[in-house]
Design a protein around this ligand. Structure first.
Ligand SMILES: Cc1ncc(COP(=O)(O)O)c(C=O)c1O
Length: 377
């Protein structure tokens, strides 16, 4: 019988190998509240992923991290005339939910046709139209691709609007300078360490910012808004990461660069064996691929479901990220304002997410590609 290939095969550190460290947490009597394992994790992440530059704060997941950072961006007493959060429609529900929880209306822009990143021209056009009503710019670094952060720093200065970057899939992606995407950026970036991500733990997220004072305010907000013991001085919620979850992340950091490199190697095989298929144009040095997103060759552009059916028949898992995109989901459509979404609709209608995991082999990738090529006829 042929081997099934799941779409994702989560690879968090093995719980069964953490017995000694779990016993240590138990003996310490400290299970949360920015404890010693969490402190070690934050310091290790800054040192090993961000070249010792800037600060970071762990959160219980990236959705809560986005909520906190957007809430801080709009201020303790928000200016109610600024009601929009500019973001792409081609993103996951969490980006829009976080803005809505902060009392904002998503203002949805289109994406670039090749990198699938938020389109510069579309964002500028919406800022020119709605600028005085926009509270925050929330770009998504699509599938871990590298955004041009200089462009966003420029927008923040030109329009006087804060930026919060949804970098959910970017932990491990490297910019042109070889540093982790986001290193040195003065606006907060939020990364996910969910079990399905390349940096797989269980539930966890990370906020990074070059400005330590932003991280320190977010830390207080994430602890009920307590700046002083048990006295709330700002908006707050509980976003703290448990010591057990921090331990998983600390262990995942060991050998993480190898995980990213291996996945990149598998993606290169996909690219070689599917020469007529469209892959996301990569910006920057490398991307920490979570899965592999492709569009069928032009002559098969309306046949996504046929290809997916072929994969299903052969026991190959897949996804359709992000179809439906935000504006195609009833809840968000009702609550959002949309710019033109031509590229978003075109890509969302065709996109196929192909399997990738740490335990997939080059032979597995070859098999997936052979099925797709065979289906092309
Ligand atoms: C674009 C985007 N933003 C935010 C999130 C939320 O991450 P988390 O699951 O850690 O809350 C995800 C999760 O997949 C995502 O894809």
């Amino acid at each position: 019988m042929t081997r099934k290939i799941p779409f994702l095969r989560p690879a968090p550190p093995k719980l069964s190998e953490l017995g000694g460290q779990l016993a240590k947490i138990e003996a310490s009597g400290i299970f949360s509240n920015y404890g010693p394992v969490n402190t070690d994790l934050e310091q290790s992440l800054v040192r090993e992923l961000f070249s010792g530059n800037g600060s970071c704060l762990t959160v219980c997941n990236a959705t809560i991290g986005l909520m906190l950072a957007i809430r801080l961006a709009i201020g303790v007493k928000p200016d109610r005339s600024r009601r929009y959060a500019l973001m792409p429609s081609f993103t996951f529900a969490a980006t829009a939910h976080a803005a809505i929880w902060a009392g904002l209306t998503p203002l949805l822009c289109d994406i670039e046709p090749d990198s699938w990143l938020p389109a510069h021209s579309a964002q500028r056009q919406l800022l020119d139209q709605y600028g005085s009503e926009v509270a925050a710019i929330v770009p998504y670094a699509t599938f871990g691709n590298n955004l041009d952060l200089g462009f966003y720093d420029g927008l923040a200065k030109e329009y006087g609007i804060p930026v919060v970057v949804d970098a959910a899939a970017s932990l491990g992606s490297l910019g042109d300078d070889g540093n982790t995407f986001g290193t040195g950026f003065r606006h907060p970036l939020i990364y996910s360490m969910h079990v399905t991500k390349t940096f797989a733990t269980s539930e966890a997220g990370l906020i990074y910012c070059a400005d330590a004072s932003v991280i320190s305010t977010l830390r207080a907000m994430g602890n009920f808004g307590f700046d002083h013991p048990r006295t709330a001085t700002m908006p707050g919620l509980n976003s703290k990461l448990s010591e057990v979850a921090a331990l998983l992340a600390l262990r995942k950091l060991q050998g993480f660069d190898k995980v990213v490199r291996y996945r990149l190697h598998l993606v290169q095989i996909y690219q070689k064996l599917l020469p007529e298929w469209t892959f996301q144009r990569r910006v920057g040095r490398s991307e920490a691929y979570q899965f592999v997103s492709v569009l069928p060759p032009g002559r098969h552009s309306g046949q996504r479901e046929y290809f997916l059916e072929r994969l299903q028949r052969e026991g190959i898992g897949f996804g359709r990220y992000f179809d439906p995109h935000l504006a195609a989901q009833p809840y968000f459509r009702e609550l959002s304002v949309c710019g033109e979404l031509k590229e978003t609709s075109r890509i969302a209608n065709q996109i196929m997410s192909l399997p990738l995991s740490d335990s997939m082999t080059p032979a597995d990738v070859t098999r997936v590609c052979e099925i797709l090529q065979d289906a092309c006829g």
